[in-house]
Design a protein around this ligand. Structure first.
Ligand SMILES: [Cu+2]
Length: 184
C-alpha cells in the first residue's frame, strides 16, 4: 500500500509540475564556434523560451571550449576563474531562472562572437504566472502601489473557512480523490 501511495505522489508531482525539460543544440547546424555573423547566437536564442531544467548542448571540439560566466565576464570576454569545459560536446542544464552567460575562452573567439546569453523564465506573450513553488518572488513585492480593494473583513462561519485553493491544488486534490475512489 505504501508503494502505491508513492506512485500516486509521483504522478501528482508530474501533473503539477507539468512539461518535460527541453534540450537545445546551441547554434543548431553551426554548432559552438566563431560565428560567421556576430549575432548568430543572439539570433539563435531570440525565438526560444528557456525554462529551468532545460539543457543546452554545446557541440564543439578543440580548441573551442565553453564556460558559464558572469555578465561582466561575458561583456569583457574574460572568464576569470570560471570553470572551463574543454571536452565537447558539453551539456549544461539551466538550473535557475534569469540570464545565463556562456563564452569560449580560447584566444579571441569570444570577441569574435562565440558568446551566448540565454534568459531562463522570460515572460512569454500569453503565459500565466506559474504556480510552481520554486520561485518565492511575487505577490509580496510592492504592496502599497496598487489602490485595489483590501481584503474584506471575514465573517464567514468557522465551519466553512478554508484557505483559497490554487488551480493546481484543486486538480491535485481532485486527482487524489479519484485515485482514492479507484483504490477503495
Ligand atoms: Cu572557440
Amino acid at each position: 500500500m505504501a508503494n502505491m501511495l508513492l506512485v500516486v505522489a509521483a504522478a501528482i508531482m508530474m501533473v503539477v509540475n507539468g512539461v518535460a525539460a527541453e534540450t537545445y543544440t546551441v547554434g543548431d547546424d553551426s554548432g559552438w564556434t566563431v560565428p560567421s555573423t556576430p549575432d548568430l547566437y543572439t539570433d539563435w536564442a531570440a525565438d526560444k523560451n528557456f525554462a529551468v531544467d532545460d539543457v543546452l548542448v554545446f557541440p564543439f571540439s578543440a580548441p573551442h571550449n565553453v564556460a558559464e560566466v558572469s555578465k561582466d565576464a561575458y561583456d569583457q570576454c574574460d572568464a576569470g576563474d570560471a570553470e572551463v569545459f574543454r571536452l565537447g560536446p558539453k551539456e549544461i542544464t539551466l538550473t535557475e531562472n534569469g540570464p545565463h552567460y556562456f563564452i569560449c575562452t580560447f584566444a579571441s573567439h569570444c570577441t569574435g562572437g562565440q558568446k551566448l546569453v540565454v534568459t531562463v523564465g522570460a515572460p512569454t506573450t500569453s503565459a500565466p504566472s506559474p504556480t510552481s513553488s520554486s520561485t518565492p518572488s511575487g505577490p509580496s513585492m510592492a504592496p502599497s502601489l496598487s489602490p485595489s480593494s483590501p481584503p474584506p473583513p471575514s465573517d464567514t462561519p468557522a465551519t466553512g473557512s478554508s484557505p483559497p485553493m490554487s488551480i493546481s491544488t484543486f486538480f491535485s486534490v481532485s486527482f487524489i480523490a479519484s485515485v482514492m475512489a479507484f483504490l477503495f
